[in-house]
Design a protein around this ligand. Structure first.
Ligand code: ATP
Ligand code: MG
Length: 250
């Protein structure tokens, strides 16, 4: 269904030490969207992703991911969602084929099927030439691409990417952004993309949400948010200008 909600939260809240890291969040992400998840450091983005994955329990409220409850059905949610965390860890002594074999094994894939899939993924993320080099020798960009290949091995329906271009050079970042775009376009993957790079987010997101101090202060297409903040006919404003405006008003 074109407009099925892949992510839906109601009053989702996480308190740490009596302070709300995520404060009564209501979020809707539809199937097939790239949703840019924005906000300053400490806004609550990663905490939200962890709750949606069932990796941390909410203090209040509820969430549904692909119609499943991450609290009670965490395992099923993890099967459908590919999660690239802020800092991906690898076994440095393995090469990328071995790393992917390991992940395939964890996901219960048969060796034969996994092998074809692994080479297909290495090609997709542009690591074929380095496939037999140890991950310990990889640059940050190569590691991010391997991280994405790992996430893709189980053919997820949804991707949660937490700052996938952090620390990458402009060309490396662009390649990741284009890869995300092609996964969305060609495989209809829904993407929840947390990032501080507003230029990249603007380039590929269908809608964005701006979270500040645990609250979502704005959600919509960039044109809509521009019109909301700067007036109708002012849709040319960049996401950076829009973001700063919201940020300054909180
Ligand atoms: N395990 C934890 N224990 C206590 N406080 C935490 C924990 N995890 C996060 N927090 C706090 O929750 C708030 C939100 O953090 P979170 O990591 O979700 O922010 P973020 O939006 O992902 O930030 P960034 O852009 O820096 O990654 C912060 O104030 C943080 O200090
Ligand atoms: Mg974070």
């Amino acid at each position: 269904m074109a407009d099925e909600n892949i992510i839906e939260t109601q009053g989702l809240t996480k308190n740490y030490n009596h302070q709300a890291a995520v404060d009564s969040l209501s979020l809707l992400v539809q199937e097939g969207e790239i949703f840019g998840f924005l906000g300053p450091n400490g806004a609550g983005k990663t905490t939200t992703l962890l709750m949606l994955l069932g990796l941390t329990l909410p203090s209040a409220g509820s969430a549904a991911v692909c119609g499943l409850d991450p609290v009670r059905q965490a395992k099923e949610v993890k099967r459908l969602v590919g999660y690239l965390p802020e800092n991906v860890g690898f076994y440095e002594d393995m090469d990328s084929v071995q790393s992917l074999e390991y992940i395939a094994d964890l996901n219960g894939m048969a060796q034969g099927t996994a092998s074809d899939k692994i080479w297909e993924l290495l090609k997709e993320v542009g690591l074929t030439d380095s496939a037999n080099k140890k991950v310990g020798t990889y640059s940050r960009g190569m590691r991010q691409r391997l991280g994405i290949a790992e996430v893709l091995i189980k053919d997820p329906k949804v991707l949660f990417l937490d700052e996938p271009t952090l620390g990458l050079d402009p060309d490396g970042a662009l390649r990741i952004i284009e890869l995300i775009q092609s996964l969305n376009r060609d495989k209809n993957m829904t993407v929840l993309l947390s990032s501080h790079n507003l230029h990249q987010v603007q380039k590929i997101s269908h809608r964005v949400g701006i979270m500040i101090k645990g609250k979502m202060v704005a959600t919509g297409s960039i044109e809509n948010l521009a019109a909301e903040k700067f007036g109708v006919g002012e849709e040319e404003y960049t996401l950076e200008e829009i973001y700063m405006k919201y940020f300054q008003e909180v």
